[in-house]
Design a protein around this ligand. Structure first.
Ligand code: GGG
Length: 414
């Protein structure tokens, strides 16, 4: 199946240009998307004077979803306007301890839902004098209620008992008071239970016992900081994906920044970027493909290879290749000997794949090939060769070539 979803890819700075290509390799293995490249960040700013060119902003606005890597100093000029461009009102940051990863707290499984448009990230900063600068913190009832609505839906989809609301309303009475009232009011309207927790206390509690938290709704800055704190419990920022959700568009990015200390070494952990691809696929409605990607990352983290941040020696590319090789785990196809040729039966594969878009894509390609039956292997469309390569590796290289014989029966093995 040819997928017509348009996805913009922005590598950004530092390790963004290492982890994003790794994640795109996974995306391109999963399906055929209309991928457009765009630029943003410190390097672009140095070259052109602007960190976020108009063409990039327009492309992101017109796309169905964007994968964004990382920026360094120009975060305020790039990340915040891009989130506004996709109309994002919530930043979803799952923080999970994965089996096989040496985590400080293996009992961590928290999803931070961060208000994504206002708070102290509204951009209202003023230099009043050589001695004084001010920042205006914006909190609206409408944005807080929108976060509350999302938290209610998210908690119910996750089948959890309500959610926590993080705030500091005892000090920021007006702004966090409004946030707290709006989010808890929406939850009460929906009959969803909430517990409130002061953000400083949350910082201590999440380290002492992360298992007490599941879904956590936060103001903008608190969500940014506290999710990074929780990252320390599960093995670091290399494992945290995120989704900036808008009504009809989304921006997906690893939580980490450009990491100039390791940029250029080719050893950055691409798990966060690849897990962001899983969130992107789910956002576009390909839930099963998203789960396949997540499972492949999880299996790679558990069985290796791991990147240096987790104590391993794998490069970024080696980790990504290991994930790609795990994207399919169908049963080995049955080979029927017919005398003249061996038929590689694909029925079990198709059955295994179910609604998987990967296999639908494959089936379409095979069906198209079937129109020209008995063609030689080298005339099979290029995209099919990826599947063929995997097929061949699973058959211990016994398949030296293929002829399309019958799309219902299988392929003839030469
Ligand atoms: N990959 C995201 C990135 O580059 N983050 C840098 C950063 O400082 N982000 C601020 C934010 O998430 O609000």
């Amino acid at each position: 199946m040819l997928v017509t979803d348009e996805i913009v890819v922005i590598e950004g700075d530092g390790i963004g240009s290492e982890v994003v290509p790794a994640a795109v390799e996974v995306l391109e293995t999963v399906g055929e998307f209309d991928i457009n490249r765009a630029v943003a960040g410190d390097v672009v700013k140095a070259e052109t004077g602007t960190a976020l060119p108009d063409e990039t902003r327009d492309a992101v606005g017109a796309a169905d979803a964007t994968l964004f890597g990382a920026v360094g100093k120009s975060a305020a000029d790039v990340v915040l306007p891009l989130r506004a461009t996709v109309g994002s009102y919530v930043n979803v940051r799952p923080v999970r301890a994965y089996p096989g990863v040496d985590a400080l707290r293996p009992d961590t499984d928290i999803v931070f839902l961060r208000e994504n448009t206002e708070g102290v990230y509204s951009g209202h900063e003023t230099r009043l004098s050589d001695d004084m600068s001010t920042l205006t913190r914006v909190v609206t009832t409408s944005a807080s209620e929108r976060l509350g609505e999302y938290a209610c839906k998210y908690a119910s989809a996750r089948e959890t008992d309500g959610f926590h609301i993080v705030h500091k309303a005892n000090v920021m009475r007006e702004t966090d008071g409004r946030f707290l009232e709006a989010v808890s009011g929406v939850a009460a309207d929906h009959g969803v239970s909430t517990e409130t927790v002061l953000m400083d206390a949350f910082g201590t509690q999440v380290c002492l016992d992360p298992s007490q938290y599941d879904v956590v709704a936060c103001p903008n800055l608190a969500g940014d900081v506290l999710s990074d704190v929780a990252a320390g419990l599960v093995g670091g920022l290399g494992l945290l994906p995120s989704a900036n959700i808008g009504a009809e568009n989304g921006l997906f990015e690893p939580v980490h920044g450009s990491a100039p200390d390791i940029a250029g070494e080719g050893t950055a952990n691409p798990a966060a970027a690849i897990l962001s691809i899983a969130m992107l696929l789910e956002f576009l409605g390909y839930e099963r493909d998203g789960q396949i990607v997540r499972d492949a990352v999880q299996a790679t983290l558990a069985e290796g290879p791991q990147t240096p941040d987790l104590g391993g020696e794998a490069t970024t590319d080696e980790f990504a290749t290991a994930v790609v090789s795990r994207l399919w785990s169908p049963p080995v196809p049955e080979i029927c000997e017919t005398g003249e040729a061996s038929i590689l039966r694909l029925d079990s594969w198709v059955k295994h794949a179910g609604s998987c878009r990967v296999m639908k894509h494959f089936e379409t390609r095979v069906s198209r090939s079937c129109m020209n039956r008995n063609q030689a292997a080298n005339s099979v469309p290029v995209a099919t060769t990826t599947l063929y390569r995997i097929l061949r590796s699973r058959l211990d290289a016994r398949v030296s070539g293929i002829l399309v014989a019958d799309c219902d029966a299988g392929w003839v093995v030469k």
